[in-house]
Design a protein around this ligand. Structure first.
Ligand code: ZN
Ligand code: ZN
Length: 196
């Protein structure tokens, strides 16, 4: 499944998120190892130095936080020049984050400093990804998102058990919807088990 790689924060530093919204998890805050945090800072600095050399500029070093939740890999906050990464997805996909997500977010901040507010993944951003970082200008990721997905509930028909999202589960509980198995066509009933 392709999921929006990142999103941009807007004028008042509110998110202009293009990522699908997910219910907040109630589990405890994921912790990221210090070695991965260190690797992220090092990679960011390396990308920044590289961009400074290539573009003959002296861009300020962005702040780096690990506070994104849900399915987005990272977010760029243009006005505060902040990069926020998803600690859960980072821990699960460290190489992809170091290779691609960090330069992706940094490119947003560089574009903002160079051109102001332009289309998030437009020509300017694509050019920086390709010509400065030598990376594909991708805007989606295919990380497994099970660990950052919202709550799911187990349902059963006559042939299998299936997970239903919390949104669907709530509709069933309120009597607003019923769901049927595509295979056996029987109605799905909650087994009483919450899967995540
Ligand atoms: Zn982006
Ligand atoms: Zn069935």
């Amino acid at each position: 499944m392709a999921v929006s790689l990142t999103s941009l924060a807007g004028r008042s530093e509110k998110e202009l998120s293009s990522a699908p919204t997910t219910p907040r998890r109630t589990s405890s805050k994921p912790t990221l190892s210090t070695s991965l945090q260190h690797a992220a800072h090092t990679r960011l600095e390396q990308c920044l130095n590289h961009a400074n050399r290539m573009l003959k500029r002296n861009f300020a070093k962005p702040e780096l936080l690990f506070s994104v939740r849900g399915k987005a890999a990272g977010k760029a906050y243009l006005q505060s020049q902040q990069i926020r990464l998803n600690p859960t997805l980072f821990a699960e996909n460290p190489q992809a984050f170091l290779d691609e997500v960090i330069p992706h977010e940094l490119a947003h901040l560089l574009v903002y400093q160079l051109y102001g507010r332009v289309k998030p993944h437009g020509r300017e951003w694509q050019t920086i990804m390709k010509n400065v970082f030598g990376l594909p200008a991708r805007t989606t990721h295919d990380f497994a998102v099970a660990s950052v997905q919202g709550k799911t509930f187990e349902y059963r028909c006559q042939c299998q058990t299936l997970p239903l999202s919390v949104r669907r589960h709530n509709k069933v509980q309120r009597g607003e919807a019923s769901y049927h198995c595509r295979r056996c066509r029987a109605q799905l009933h909650h087994t009483g088990i919450q899967l995540s």
